[in-house]
Structure formats: structure tokens, C-alpha cells
Design a protein around this ligand. Structure first.
Ligand code: ADP
Ligand code: MG
Length: 372
């Protein structure tokens, strides 16, 4: 059989496992024809909105293909991510599922690029064509995918380190990528152990593990729904993300910072404290352990800042000054040094401006990214 017939066979086999529509199949054939893919193998994951396949490049690299489903039903609940997102102002058609999934796939590609640029571990995004996203495969040499954090077999002693790693990633994602993941949980984080020789470039970590070279790292995936950090609901999404992380790690016995303090750590533009971000975070975690909650003496069940956290989860966090109920009152309170109770004082950076009018309009680049 000719090479192309052979390749066609291979991708046929894969597409038959999880039936793909003819257009998607054509996209895959073309990718094979262009030499981007050598073969498409089995399904790594079947999800509500997308399936992920394992593929191999002509130079034998493992790839992951995320193929968004084009049936309209599953995309309905995405509206809340889209409304308020200026990157969607144009070209988002609720009536054309093909266009819709294309927008999501492209968005995932762009968001992955942002993460990559900021040095956050994530799959290497390679190409997007309509509803097909090609990225590097997170797994071992044989092509086995790295487990989700949820399923990973991680020694208890390693949890706190991983928690620190994750919170630093979320902070960097917020400030450098200007993104909130918006679906962050143990389901969308992979635990990846790099087996080849440890790179000497990593910071001098004092690992107490028995096999320091085997230390796994967290890899962020599934960023198609991630929103700009100034999306009107960005803080609600971030708060839910932080809660998932907090729940997961505290259940696993890691030392954590608590919801509200984590939220503050992530969003505060400039961290106060000595040393780098990791040092500051670890110091705060120690402090949080000693002073579990912030002076809410009103009841005893305030273990670990739980009362604080409950209040915090329910509190409304405005994203911009426009959403603040009474900005003049709040700014006035800040000016009088009474702004301590303002949950959002750091996050929206109101530092008692003299005039409300002085707050400049946000300028936007032609590509949609915000300036200043
Ligand atoms: P969704 O949750 O929307 O179905 P995800 O992006 O979370 O899509 O991917 C689904 C699953 O596929 C993940 O939980 C992970 O197990 C696997 N997966 C996704 N991307 C990769 C990748 N680049 N490398 C290896 N496995 C992946
Ligand atoms: Mg997922």
C-alpha cells in the first residue's frame, strides 16, 4: 500500500473509535498530508465538550489533539464566560456551532501561548485548525499520558511543595498572562514527572525527597474558558478556582494559606515582604498556621479562618471601580485610613485618588489585549 493510503488507514481507525464528523476528518487528513502529523492514535479522554487523542509527529514526537465537539448543546453554558469578554465581541455566533467551537479552540491556543510565554508549565501549543488543537503531549516516552492531579499518586510530603508551586503559577497567570483560569481544579492539572536528566538550570531547591530527580511538577491544561483578569466575573471565577485548590490540598493534608489570604496573595500587584514570591508565600503560610484567622472573635468555630472564608466566599468583589456600589464612600474611607475592611482595596488598586475622574479609561490594543 502507498504511504498515503497507509496514513489514511491509521487516521481512519482513530476517527472510528469516537465518531468524528467528515469535516474534522478532512482537517486531520490535511494535517497528515502537510506533515504535521504522522498518525493519529486512540482517545486519551472523552469529555463533554472535547475529546483528546494521542498522535505522533513525523519526527516521532508525541502529540495531543484536542478536538472540540461541534454539537451545539454542550456549548450553551459557555455564555457566562463569553459575555463580558472583549475578545469575543466580534465573530462569536451563537447560532453557528462550527464557528463557536472554532473560537474556543483558537482561544485555548492563544491562552496556552500566554502561559508558555510566562514560563508556566503547560502543553506547547502548536497549531489550531477549526475545532482541532494540536499541542505537545504531556506524558512519558511510551506515550502514556501523565495523570491528572486528582488521580496522581503523590507522596503526602510533596503536597505542600506542589501547593506552593500552583499558587505561584496562578499568581503569575493573573499578572503576567492577565488571565484567570476559570476551571482550575485537580481535573485540569496534570502531575508530570520528567524522567530525562534533571536540568541543572532549576533554582537550587533543597529537596528532602528521597529521589529529588523524580520530583513531579504541575502542568496546567484546559484553558479554553479562561478569562481576562478584568472580565466582569474574573474575581468570581478566581475565587472558585482558589476554593478548588484549597479544598483539594487541605484534604490531602497540605499546609495551605486559606481562601481569603490566597486570593489576596494572587491578586495583590506588589507583594509586601522580603525575598522572592515563593519566600513570601511560604512565610505567609507559616503565619497563617500561627494565626489561623483574622480577629473574628464573634464565635469559636473559626478554625483555620473558616468563618472569614465563608464571609469571603459570599462577599461581592467588584472587578472595576465602575462596579463599586459607592466608590466615593470607599475611596473616602481609604483616604481616612479606614479601608482595611475593603476586600477589594488591593485588587482593583484604588489608592485613594483625589478625583474619581482621574481614573483613566482603559486603552485596548487592536488585538484585544489591554494596555496599562
Ligand atoms: P476537557 O476537560 O474539556 O474535556 P481537557 O483539556 O481537560 O479537556 O483534556 C481532557 C483530558 O485529556 C485531560 O484531563 C488529560 O487527561 C488529557 N489531556 C489533555 N491535554 C493533554 C496533553 N497535552 N497531554 C496529555 N494529556 C492531555
Ligand atoms: Mg478538563
Amino acid at each position: 500500500p502507498s504511504a498515503s493510503a497507509n496514513q489514511k488507514d491509521k487516521s481512519d481507525r482513530a476517527t472510528n473509535e469516537q465518531v468524528l464528523d467528515p469535516r474534522t476528518r478532512i482537517i486531520l487528513f490535511k494535517m497528515i498530508g502537510r506533515g504535521l502529523l504522522f498518525e493519529v492514535n486512540g482517545c486519551v479522554s472523552t469529555g463533554k465538550e472535547a475529546n483528546v487523542y494521542h498522535a505522533v509527529s513525523p519526527d516521532q514526537r508525541h502529540l495531543a489533539l484536542k478536538i472540540y465537539k461541534t454539537s451545539i448543546l454542550v456549548f450553551k453554558d459557555r455564555d457566562r464566560y463569553v459575555s463580558g469578554e472583549y475578545r469575543f465581541r466580534k465573530g462569536y455566533s451563537r447560532h453557528n456551532p462550527r464557528k463557536m467551537v472554532r473560537v474556543w479552540a483558537e482561544k485555548e491556543m492563544r491562552n496556552l501561548k500566554r502561559l508558555q510565554t510566562a514560563g508556566i508549565r503547560c502543553p506547547d501549543p502548536m497549531e489550531v485548525r477549526e475545532n482541532v488543537l494540536v499541542m505537545s503531549f504531556i506524558g512519558d516516552k511510551e506515550g502514556w499520558a501523565s495523570p491528572r492531579l486528582k488521580d496522581a499518586d503523590i507522596p503526602t510530603s510533596a503536597h505542600t511543595e506542589l501547593y506552593v508551586e500552583l499558587i505561584l503559577m496562578v499568581r503569575r497567570m493573573f499578572h503576567e498572562c492577565k488571565l484567570v483560569h476559570a476551571d482550575l481544579s485537580e481535573y485540569n492539572i496534570l502531575y508530570h514527572i520528567e524522567h530525562p536528566t534533571p536540568s541543572p538550570s532549576c533554582e537550587s531547591e533543597q529537596q528532602t525527597d528521597e529521589h529529588p530527580e523524580q520530583r513531579g511538577h504541575l502542568v496546567i491544561i484546559d484553558v479554553s474558558q479562561s478569562v481576562e483578569h478584568d472580565h466582569p466575573h474574573a474575581f468570581d471565577f478566581l475565587r472558585a478556582d482558589v476554593r478548588n485548590v484549597e479544598d483539594f490540598f487541605s484534604k490531602r493534608g497540605a499546609r495551605t494559606l486559606g481562601l481569603r489570604r490566597t486570593f489576596e496573595f494572587i491578586t495583590t500587584p506588589t507583594l509586601e515582604g522580603e525575598g522572592d514570591e515563593e519566600t513570601i508565600l511560604k512565610k505567609r503560610m507559616e503565619e497563617a498556621e500561627q494565626t489561623p484567622e483574622e480577629k473574628s472573635q464573634d464565635n469559636q468555630s473559626s478554625e483555620n479562618g473558616k468563618v472569614d472564608d465563608e464571609v469571603f466566599m459570599k462577599a461581592y468583589i467588584p472587578r472595576t471601580l465602575n462596579e463599586v456600589f459607592d466608590p466615593e464612600r470607599d475611596v473616602g474611607a481609604l483616604a481616612r485610613g479606614e479601608g482595611k475592611g475593603l476586600i477589594y482595596k488591593d485588587t482593583i488598586g484604588i489608592v485613594a485618588p483625589k478625583e474619581k475622574d482621574e481614573i483613566p479609561d482603559r486603552k485596548v490594543h487592536f488585538d484585544g489585549s489591554a494596555v496599562s
